[in-house]
Design a protein around this ligand. Structure first.
Ligand code: GLC
Length: 582
């Protein structure tokens, strides 16, 4: 088959949108500070460590770095429990270290995105401590979600909501005189009380916090649990469909939730939206935040962590006067099947493009099973947040997972819009499924009494050098989560310059993506390759991914990128190729 004889499909998705903001086409690399690089040797990564390793990211070819939280925190949820939003946790360094980091990043041409955690604070935050010390009905209590209990003497929680991490979403406080008091809401751990975003005081504080970091030069924010900040009035009871509290960053979303019916037809069996996710009131907050960012020169980005469904609803969050981007979790959880992928790509381009926002693409982050393992599990993958470990009934096949991950990334990086990478995926890192129970730290593990492994398996410090202590994560060999003994082959220095290594695949994909302006392009579907193939053109480039068992004959052209070795002009299974005209 030649390029010329390939019949173009009637379906052609539009390019992302007009506009020149850098984030519309950017590849954004997520750094999880605990596990990236540790300069002090205490086993936990830090800002100085990140700064030292920034040249490796510039050289990888990404545009921006998103830093998971490094703010002052008791670290009950790995920093997503903030006790001071305007300071760096001593575990990670100082504000001066942050200033050096951002200056270094900018000098290397990398933007820096901070992770804002507005849905909840730590219970150690001075606001929450003041709320506990203040009487019922006080302004201090009104900053959080305090309510009376139900049942005799209020001994039952105000409603039946279940925490994303397991157990009730409510915790009862004890009054100063020792009597049981009110209950407070916590969507996540009880050490993470939810703020009351109906309270203008809370909103004012956060506008100030945004400005604090914008003044220090950040290029934008990833907004944690953006979908949870407003709760339905009256806090009505909610019974989730089957599997836990659903749809938190760590809740349970399975791919079937994103398998749409015919366009425009509502699924009559779909459960109602939980009364704590994706409520209308959030839009007003995004408009306020948009205004704050607009006070600053340059293009600053707001990216929503929004576990809402369907994509048309997510798109409402990125209307021109709200956020800039939202993570595309529908894409992340699409099964490794060509028809499903084609559909979600179309739906994404249509939904985001419909409001003038760039589509985003993501395959891994610090809350999900790494895609080099997840894609080998298929329908056996456990619900999100549950994780996999030594006692799991399913074990991912490493070779199959990596092969699919490389093919999946090669599709993703050819798509128009903005893509997110998670540290270590450029090394092909699998999920660590053998972590000993005693080493686990995710609150999910504790709140479910060990029933769910949680997310530690994707958070293990990454390997830089095959033969160094802690694989070059630090100089001492200490590591807050133990690293597997067989990760030397994944180390960056073991892959550097090695033809066919995952690192070189990412480098070359990112280089070609930039050269060919794929982020600013469009998708034109190509038919004629069969139902197990994803094939499209983006500009001059032809992208073909074979997800089926039968080898696919390739068109004539110059191979720009191949996720596996191509022999004899045919594309083997679980392989993606990029082809340019000769
Ligand atoms: C988000 C974060 C996750 C964290 C949760 C609570 O979903 O990505 O890591 O546990 O929020 O803050």
């Amino acid at each position: 088959m030649t390029l010329e004889s390939t019949p173009d499909s009637v379906v052609s998705a539009q390019s992302t949108a007009p506009g020149s903001e850098w984030w519309r086409t950017a590849v954004i690399y997520q750094v999880y500070p605990r596990s990236f690089a540790d300069s002090t040797g205490d086993g936990v990564g830090d800002l100085v460590g990140i700064t030292h390793r920034l040249p490796a990211l510039a050289e990888l070819g990404v545009d921006a770095v998103w830093l998971s939280p490094f703010f002052r925190s008791p670290q009950k949820d790995a920093g997503y429990d903030v006790s001071d939003y305007c300071d760096v946790d001593p575990l990670f360094g100082t504000l001066d270290d942050f200033d050096t980091l951002i200056e270094t990043a900018h000098s290397l041409g990398l933007r820096v995105i901070a992770d804002m955690v507005p849905n909840h604070t730590s219970d150690q935050h001075e606001w929450f401590q003041a709320a506990l010390a203040s009487p019922e009905g006080s302004p201090e209590r009104d900053r959080y979600m305090f309510r009376e209990g139900t049942g005799p003497n209020g001994y039952l929680p105000p409603n039946n909501w279940e925490s994303v991490f397991g157990g009730s979403m409510w915790e009862r406080v004890t009054n100063a005189d020792g009597t049981p008091g009110q209950w407070f809401l916590h969507i996540f751990d009880k050490s993470q009380p939810d703020l009351n975003w109906e309270n203008p005081w809370v909103r004012e504080q956060f506008r100030g916090i945004l400005r604090f970091w914008l003044d220090r030069g950040v290029d934008g924010f990833r907004v944690d649990v953006a979908h949870g900040m407003i709760k339905q009035a009256g806090l009505p009871d909610y019974t989730p469909p089957a599997e836990g509290a659903s749809m938190g960053g760590t809740g349970s979303v399975d791919a079937s939730e994103f398998t749409p019916l015919e366009p425009g037809i509502q699924d009559p069996t779909a459960p109602p939206e939980p009364p704590y996710w994706g409520q209308e009131g959030v839009h007003e907050i995004w408009r306020e935040w948009h205004q704050v960012l607009a006070e600053y020169p340059g293009d600053r980005v707001l990216c929503a962590e929004a576990w809402v469904d369907p994509l048309e609803k997510v798109a409402l969050w990125v209307r021109p006067d709200e956020m800039s981007q939202a993570f595309n979790f529908a894409y992340m959880f699409t099964d490794w099947k060509a028809p499903a992928l084609r559909r979600v790509i179309d739906e994404s381009l249509e939904a985001f493009g419909g409001v003038g926002a760039p589509a985003t693409w993501v395959l891994s982050n610090h809350d999900v099973i790494r895609h080099a393992s997840r894609l080998a599990l298929g329908a056996d993958a456990p619900p999100q947040g549950a994780g996999i470990g030594p006692g799991s009934t399913v074990k991912p096949d490493r070779a199959l997972g990596l092969r699919r991950a490389r093919a999946a990334t090669s599709i993703m990086l050819a798509l128009p819009g903005s893509a997110y990478l998670y540290q270590g995926e450029e090394l092909g890192l699998p999920e660590d499924i053998e972590l000993p129970d005693a080493a686990r730290q995710d609150p999910t593990w504790f709140r479910t009494g060990g029933e769910k492994y949680g997310r530690d398996g994707c958070r293990v410090p990454i390997p830089w050098e095959a033969d160094a202590p802690a694989y070059g994560f630090n100089a001492t060999g200490a590591s807050w989560l133990p690293q597997p003994s067989d990760w030397d082959g994944y180390a960056r220095d073991a892959q550097e310059g090695i033809v066919g290594s995952t690192l070189e695949l990412y480098r070359s994909a990112l280089r070609s993506r930039r050269e060919l302006n794929l982020g600013g392009g469009s998708v034109l579907w190509l038919n004629g390759y069969g139902s197990s193939v994803v094939a499209f053109r983006n500009g001059e480039l032809t992208v073909i991914a074979n997800l089926g068992p039968v080898p696919v004959e390739l068109p004539v052209g110059r191979v720009v990128l191949a996720s596996e070795q191509i022999v004899g002009g045919v594309l083997p299974t679980d392989t993606t190729v990029w082809i340019a005209p000769n």
